[in-house]
Design a binder for this molecule. Structure first.
Ligand SMILES: Cc1cc2nc3c(=O)[nH]c(=O)nc-3n(C[C@H](O)[C@H](O)[C@H](O)COP(=O)(O)OP(=O)(O)OC[C@H]3O[C@@H](n4cnc5c(N)ncnc54)[C@H](O)[C@@H]3O)c2cc1C
Length: 594
């Protein structure tokens, strides 16, 4: 085995240990890759339980009133600061501890209800929504998920009320997308009472305003020369904590304080370890699952603002003696924003419900949600920007700020390219393992137990290959869409199988193939969420004696456009210019200075 192969095997083994440890129920997205439609996770469309709806409505009312009176997104951007009065107000409304248990000072909201809160903030100010995400979705998440009762009792009450603020510190110079490459060191003291942390972190939201930071550092694995990552709670009053840059000047979300800090021989008590020692990467990835879900909610809110702004302008601005809304090329943009905003909300709600309902593994769905909603929001902003013409370009219009703010979404909490590749590879692992089983047994037919396993795997693969999954919609109006979706899932499964058989292990490096597979999977998930949501809305409309639901057109358009995209992605697997793309890239990459 050469050095590269050995490195690859090591990476595969690490990923296997990290991502696939323990038995897991088949989630919705993983099911798609196997040709299944695991209806229970997505249908019927989830709703907030009646008992919680009243509390959510009350909180939303209070939040809206507070934001109307006190949140000035343009000023936050201009001054590059979120006033303390706004932070305190958010704390009073409960936003900073929305999902923390009531016994620790939180509001005990579900993830779904929390997403409605974040959507409301995302509609108005991206700086504020990113600040809330950094504190609540990721900053205190490791504590919420992995904290012991003692740790929760000690830290959570002040953090939940916003008296103290949290941050999540993973990124370093050498550990950006490659999160496993954390270099910050945590050396245990001889008496085992504490760890000594050394290293630097950068690009950390809230770093300079946080009272408690969840910091990822590398610890030795006892009894070996290896190291692994562990999560620590660090406070800035610990001797050796040095803020290198409190607010790095930046393009967008300027109200957030993005900082760099160093830890120099900082003694952190062993009681501040969060989760199992050495399992910090798993802790970090789980935390980010939550961040990606609320990312979806914030993007949904911003997309709804795009829609409102587009409608306002298209109905008032006249050119050629007509309001802009009369032109089909303007209508096309507005229709797409409406369809995408509808889908983003549906996808966010279903993903959040997976967390609330206790699905063990939702990493594929959260990654899909993050990529899909951030890409769609970017398109929405670009479209509404175009509708506003020259006026969008000036700073008295919110669109230039919204555009600057939205650009981070495709990079933060996992760059979209990395997550796209992740979706394809994690999704294909299930069918890939079955093929491996079949292949290995064919090579060694004498292994009896192996043969039985291979036979089961083969039957499984074959079963999915001949069966179009049933999509259980209740409204007759949705039957045609459900049938189309079922056929596309079947075609997707055939395409995944063919790609695995054709490329085998080298597919691990074939990102152009992975991208098409991931994009198709994301649109299948998005379509499912829209179908589920609209089916439920039609049922309600029927019960209320109305012939149609208000969002009929947006849902219909989204499904048609999404189906077309899926067919396009699948066709691209065999009809493409990948060789030419790679040859061109390599020719320029290997010609420095040109
Ligand atoms: C405003 C802001 C706030 C942030 N807040 C936080 C925070 O609170 N906590 C925290 O820990 N971090 C935070 N980050 C860091 C953020 O998560 C990282 O910037 C992000 O993970 C990408 O890492 P990087 O910037 O080092 O880019 P790199 O890893 O250098 O990647 C650059 C680009 O290379 C491409 N790329 C990289 N790897 C691959 C691959 N495998 N396949 C294909 N393409 C690839 C992608 O296009 C990517 O955008 C923040 C960043 C910013 C800008």
């Amino acid at each position: 085995m050469n050095k590269l192969d050995a490195q690859r095997q090591k990476e595969i083994q690490q990923a296997e240990e990290l991502l696939f440890a323990g038995p897991q129920a088949l989630g919705f997205a993983k099911g798609l890759f196997q040709g299944h439609f695991v209806a229970d996770w997505v249908m019927p469309y989830p709703g907030i339980p009646v008992a919680q709806q009243g509390e959510l409505d009350g909180t939303l009312k209070e939040l809206r009133q507070f934001l109307d009176e006190h949140l000035d997104a343009a000023e936050i951007d201009r001054k590059a600061d979120i006033p303390r009065s706004v932070i305190d107000g958010l704390g009073r409304v409960g936003v900073l501890g929305m999902t923390a248990p009531k016994e620790y000072g939180g509001r005990g909201f579900s993830q779904m209800a929390n997403c409605k809160i974040l959507e409301e903030i995302g509609r108005r100010c991206a700086s504020t929504s990113v600040f809330v995400n950094a504190h609540h979705s990721i900053g205190i998440r490791a504590l919420l998920l992995f904290g012991t009762h003692e740790q929760n009792q000690r830290w959570l009450p002040k953090l939940s009320m916003g008296e103290q603020l949290g941050a999540f510190a993973l990124t370093e110079k050498e550990a950006g997308s490659d999160a496993a490459n954390v270099q910050m060191q945590a050396r245990p003291s001889e008496d085992g009472s504490h760890f000594v942390l050394n290293g630097e972190k950068r690009y950390i939201t809230n770093a300079a305003i946080a009272d408690v930071l969840t910091v990822m550092a590398r610890t030795p694995v006892p009894g070996s020369d290896k190291t692994s990552i562990t999560a620590f709670l660090v406070t800035p009053d610990m001797p050796g904590f040095e803020m290198l840059e409190a607010r790095m000047p930046k393009m967008g979300i300027r109200g957030t304080a993005t900082g760099r800090f160093a830890l120099r021989d900082v003694k952190v008590p062993k009681e501040n370890i969060l989760g199992p020692p050495g399992k910090g990467l798993k802790v970090a990835l789980t935390v980010l699952d939550f961040g990606r879900t609320t990312f979806g909610a914030c993007c949904t809110g911003a997309a709804k603002t795009c829609l409102r702004l587009a409608i306002e302008h298209a109905n008032t601005r006249k050119q050629f003696n007509k309001t802009l809304g009369n032109f089909h090329l303007v209508q096309k943009k507005i229709a797409r924003i409406a369809a995408d905003a509808y889908a983003m909300e549906a996808m966010t709600t279903i993903t959040a419900s997976l967390i609330d309902r206790g699905l063990e593994d939702y990493m594929l769905e959260t990654a899909m949600l993050k990529v899909f909603t951030t890409e769609r929001l970017w398109e929405c902003i670009n479209d509404v920007f175009q509708i506003y013409g020259g006026s969008a370009y000036f700073v008295d219009c919110p669109l230039e700020r919204m555009m600057r703010d939205a650009r981070i979404n495709q990079i933060g909490e996992g760059a979209n390219e990395v997550l796209t590749s992740f979706v394809a590879l994690v999704g294909m692992r299930g069918p890939g393992m079955e093929f491996k089983e079949i292949y290995d047994t064919m090579m060694k037919p004498t292994r009896e137990r192996g043969f039985a396993k291979a036979w089961t795997a083969g039957k499984h693969r074959l079963g999915a290959a001949v069966r179009v999954p049933e999509i259980p919609v209740r409204s007759a109006e949705m039957r045609w869409f459900a049938n189309q979706l079922g056929r596309l899932i079947w075609r997707f499964n055939v395409a995944v199988n063919r790609a695995l058989i054709t490329y085998r292990e080298p597919i691990l490096d074939m990102q152009l193939v992975q991208e098409r597979i991931a994009n198709a999977a994301m649109d299948l998930f998005a379509s499912t969420c829209v179908l589920s949501r609209h089916d439920a809305e039609l049922q309600v409309a029927q019960r209320n004696g109305s012939s149609s639901s208000p969002d009929k057109f947006a849902a219909d358009l989204f499904l048609r456009q999404s189906f077309r995209r899926i067919r396009h992605f699948l066709a691209g697997l065999t009809d493409n210019e990948d060789k030419s793309v790679l040859a061109t890239a390599n020719s320029v990459l290997n010609k420095p200075g040109s």
